[in-house]
Design a protein around this ligand. Structure first.
Ligand code: PEP
Ligand code: MG
Length: 926
């Protein structure tokens, strides 16, 4: 019988006894049933209060109007429906009865607070009203009962201020001016110096000010006050602050806020009263210490307002030992009951403790991991719960330096949060300057309109990179993530003038000049003025334990996108199980190889190209050797040359400018260092001017209207087979040499941008023939694989044909997104923000996989590919391979691995584990 009753109580009752829909709950009416339903209906605050009441924690009684009413309120022309109002009155009666006090009573009045509370906490975003129910009559009752006239009139004047501000839009500051004028007249500085008579006079003054400003008397009827406050809270759901907050944290507008009406308790009734806030564990570090602050003889708002400095909560043990002991007991009970760090508010009224709120505490990544691990050890939660509880983005915070939370920040612009972390440095506007300044011992932020591959040296030395143009997979973003550099990309709020060496914030014309300090928050996309102090994240011992648990659950393998041994080393340290993408072109951008690459491009025939490639071969081999050795036997996927060739040459516009300048100045030499270097490669021609003209003609030749859809990817290897030959030779020779030393290397060669199986066949033939030749020369046979990227829609929908010829697939979702959506990955930053504001997209499709479109193409490719080769190894190496939501999709779709930039490897491991726990499947061995 008792069991049955308990079961019944656990059900969420949404109908009132008369069969009508239930819109109002008395605290304790509803139980959390573990489904989160109660939180949805009553909001976090309402559900927390109900739950505390249920487990016998001292809570001042009250009622909650559900979140559903918020939706009805807006559907009803911003009015609360009559039926809800009637239920509220009924429950108010119940509240009055339970306390034995009435709202507005002249002898022993009830006072209430009216607060908001949505399913997700939105601290400070919506409105609150305290002391509701005071009027000219009830204030007399308060005086009589408290024998404290000063307290009564102080409460009354606070109520007038709050009500006017929140309900009537008569700003609080206007009353503050009246208070200041009074202080000046009396020659006092602080509120505590006001007498009872002062507050009494202030009440009269405030009431007549109200009448003068609004043309009506301050409402004396407590029900008018209550209805006004309730509706104001619903209205505050749609204030600019709240809308902005929801947008930033992906909280839907549709969930609405609940309104709680709770009987007031007073912490400002003398030195046996007080109020405070706290956490059951330190929310910054996760350490299990009781953490918080309190003030004696004060109301809640005094603690947060910063007028008086609150005391550390441990001191309460001396001030009020009994209450402190009870507070510790109650909050421990709450943490055990809710099985999570609690963030609580309490008030002590004349020596009696009341809890006003409890909820799961917001915490840093450090605290999230430490507390989860410790709670498992305390047997409070299971290992699975610990893994599910930590947010992937919180892990990210652990891996990069972070801004000191105590530091003051002046945010001047916002762009795409392309690569996380905190960076601070002096603004420089070219890659060369970045290098020069760094060599002088300066820390710099490289600010560019957009970056190109030849900025790589500057990016490498900069603390962070800021670009005005480009999306989440723009060059700057991809390279920065790979390097673990902080990057804010596509920051359209700024205009960059590289010539004048300035950056201007469009909206307010703040100009940042070369050498000015700026700070970038790559986690939020914020750009800040000045030098915001950073702190190194501490990788606590718990992190290893936690990641060990993570790995025990995941079925997806996690590889990294890395091109040089240093990045591979980082990736390995973060737990990568191989390299899923080595973009070989990144090797050619370094100072040593670039001239030979340019020589190859400038050659007018095959012979000339082969000559240059022969010089590149040993360097390319050294690069591969470094990678294979660093990866200690883990798989390495080498992707053949991919970008359009003009990327390796000076910009067409720069050459045009150099030619024009030389012609105008009637000189034969250019001052531009980059162009000078490139001119050395032009053998024909006498003067710089002649050479520049030849180079310009070649660049004109290579010029494409749409290079991303032009001469790139496997099209390069098909038109210039000698490039693929050289790359194959470099891979196979290196593998043979290393295998001789006892290493077992099975290289994976990957052909980019295939859309037709015949393209793959063409390249595979070159690879196979070259490999055979090399093996014959060396007298050794080694295994190797030839796979392809799936990054063109045609490849996805003909994946069965392609699979017959491919040893593996790897989804290049950057290009697949670009080609499936028809959005240029380098230009989409201009309009994706508007698309998101207009709700055409929920997320930037270059950051989070567009499952409805690109995801469908992937599903088709997987199905077709495995229909031919059931065990075909399939991975992803586009930027989405490091995005938690996309990783969940990849897990469900049956991929074998994801590959992402080194700094995202731990995030990917966690996301893969969470996906496996939510959607179990067999482990992959690939
Ligand atoms: C891709 O297109 O997803 C990819 C990994 O290749 P890249 O970004 O080098 O074009
Ligand atoms: Mg690609």
């Amino acid at each position: 019988m008792a069991k049955k009753a308990a079961k019944k109580a656990k059900k969420v009752v949404t109908k009132s006894t008369k069969g009508k829909k239930k819109f109002v709950y008395f605290f304790g009416d509803g139980h959390a049933d573990g489904t989160g339903k109660m939180k949805e209906l009553l909001g976090g605050k309402g559900a927390g209060l109900a739950e505390m009441t249920n487990i016998g924690v001292p809570v001042p009684p009250g009622l909650t109007i559900t979140t559903e009413v918020c939706t009805l309120f807006y559907a009803n022309g911003k009015k609360t429906p009559a039926e809800v109002d009637a239920q509220m009155i009924t429950y108010l009666g119940k509240l009055e009865e339970s306390i034995g006090k009435k709202l507005g009573d002249a002898k022993d009045p009830l006072l209430v607070s009216v607060r908001s509370g949505a399913k997700f906490s939105m601290p400070g975003m919506m409105d609150t009203i305290l002391n509701l129910g005071i009027n000219d009559k009830s204030v007399m009752g308060i005086i009589k009962n408290t024998k404290n006239e000063r307290f009564a009139y102080d409460s009354y004047r606070r109520f007038i201020q709050m009500y006017s501000d929140v309900v009537m839009d008569l700003p609080k500051v206007k009353f503050e001016h009246l208070i200041d004028a009074r202080k000046e007249k009396k020659g006092i500085k602080l509120d505590i110096d006001f007498t009872a008579q002062d507050f009494k006079d202030m009440v009269e003054e405030f009431k007549s000010f109200y009448k003068k400003q609004l043309g009506s008397e301050f409402p004396q009827d407590p029900l008018v006050q209550l209805r006004g406050a309730r509706d104001a809270v619903f209205k505050s759901w749609m204030n600019d602050r709240a809308i902005y907050y929801r947008k930033s944290y992906d909280i839907p507008d549709s969930i609405g806020t609940a309104v709680t009406v709770q009987s007031m308790v007073f912490g400002n009734m003398g030195n046996d009263s007080g109020t405070g806030v706290g956490f059951t564990r330190n929310p910054a570090t996760g350490e299990k210490v009781f953490y918080g602050e309190y003030l004696l003889n004060a109301q809640g708002e005094d603690v947060v307002a910063g007028i008086r400095t609150p005391n550390p909560i441990a001191n309460l043990g001396k001030d009020m030992p009994g209450c402190f002991k009870q507070l510790r007991e109650v909050t421990t009970r709450l943490e055990n009951h809710n099985r999570d760090i609690q963030d609580f508010e309490f008030t002590i009224e004349r020596g009696k403790l009341y809890m006003l709120q409890t909820r799961s505490a917001k915490r840093t990544g450090l605290a999230a991991v430490r507390s989860a691990v410790e709670m498992v050890k305390e047997k409070l939660i299971t290992i699975k719960e610990a893994v599910m509880r930590v947010d992937e983005n919180q892990i990210d915070q652990l891996l990069h330096p972070v801004f000191d939370i105590k530091a003051e920040k002046k945010i001047i612009a916002k762009g795409l949060n392309a690569s996380p972390g905190a960076a601070t440095g002096k603004a420089v506007f070219t890659a060369d300057e970045a290098v020069e300044w760094t060599e002088r011992g300066e820390k710099v932020i490289l600010v560019r309109q957009e970056t190109s591959p030849d900025d790589i040296h500057g990016m490498d030395v900069a603390q962070g990179i800021l670009t005005a143009r480009g999306g989440a997979t723009s060059h700057a973003a991809v390279v920065a993530r790979q390097m673990g550099k902080v990057c804010v990309a596509g920051c359209e709020d700024i205009a960059v003038n590289a010539e004048k060496k300035t950056m201007t914030v469009r909206k307010n014309n703040i100009v940042i000049k070369e050498g000015d300090w700026i700070s970038l928050d790559g986690t939020t996309g914020q750009v800040m003025l000045g030098k915001v102090p950073t702190v190194e994240p501490k990788l606590v011992g718990e992190f290893g334990t936690f990641m060990g648990w993570v790995d025990s659950f995941r079925t997806l393998k996690v590889r990294a996108n890395a091109d040089v041994p240093r990045d591979a080393e980082t990736a390995l340290g973060f737990g990568a199980e191989g390299i899923g993408l080595c973009r070989t072109e990144h090797m050619f951008f370094d100072g040593e190889k670039l001239p030979y690459m340019q020589e190859m491009i400038l050659a007018t025939n095959e012979e000339g190209r082969r000559e240059a490639l022969a010089k590149l071969l040993p360097m390319q081999k050294a690069d591969f050797k470094g990678l294979f050795e660093t990866m200690k036997g883990f798989a390495v996927t080498i992707r053949f040359l991919d970008p359009p060739l003009h990327e390796f040459l000076p910009k067409r516009e720069d050459l045009m400018k150099a030619v024009t300048v030389m012609e105008l100045k009637e000189t034969n030499s250019t001052e531009d260092e980059t162009i000078k270097k490139a001119l050395l490669l032009v053998k024909k021609g006498e003067t710089d001017l002649d050479k520049a003209k030849i180079l310009l003609a070649r660049v004109e030749d290579l010029h494409e209207f749409n290079p991303m859809l032009g001469h790139r990817g496997c099209r390069l290897g098909i038109t210039y087979p000698e490039i693929s030959e050289m790359q194959t030779r470099a891979v196979i020779e290196t593998a043979i040499e290393l295998n001789k030393t006892g290493k077992k290397i099975v290289p994976e060669i990957m052909i980019p941008l295939v859309g037709n199986v015949k393209e793959l066949l063409n390249q595979k033939k070159i690879v196979d023939e070259t490999a055979k030749k090399v093996m014959e020369e060396k007298g050794v046979k080694i295994p190797y694989m030839v796979g392809t990227m799936i990054e063109i829609p045609r490849a996805a929908i003909t994946a069965d044909e392609i699979a017959k010829e491919a040893d593996f697939f790897s989804f290049g979702t950057n290009d697949l997104t670009q080609t499936a959506l028809g959005f240029s990955r380098d230009d989409s930053g201009k309009f994706t923000k508007v698309y998101m504001d207009e709700k055409i997209f929920d997320k930037d499709p270059f950051q989070t996989l567009d499952q409805g479109g690109v995801g469908k193409l992937m599903a088709i490719a997987i199905k077709l590919g495995r229909s031919v080769k059931p065990k075909l190894k399939i991975g992803i190496c586009g930027e989405h391979g490091g995005d938690p939501a996309s990783i969940e999709f990849c897990h469900k779709a049956g991929l074998d691995y994801v590959s992402c930039s080194p700094y995202r490897v731990p995030i990917a491991r966690l996301a893969a584990a969470k996906a496996a726990l939510t959607y179990p499947r067999a482990k992959s061995n690939k």
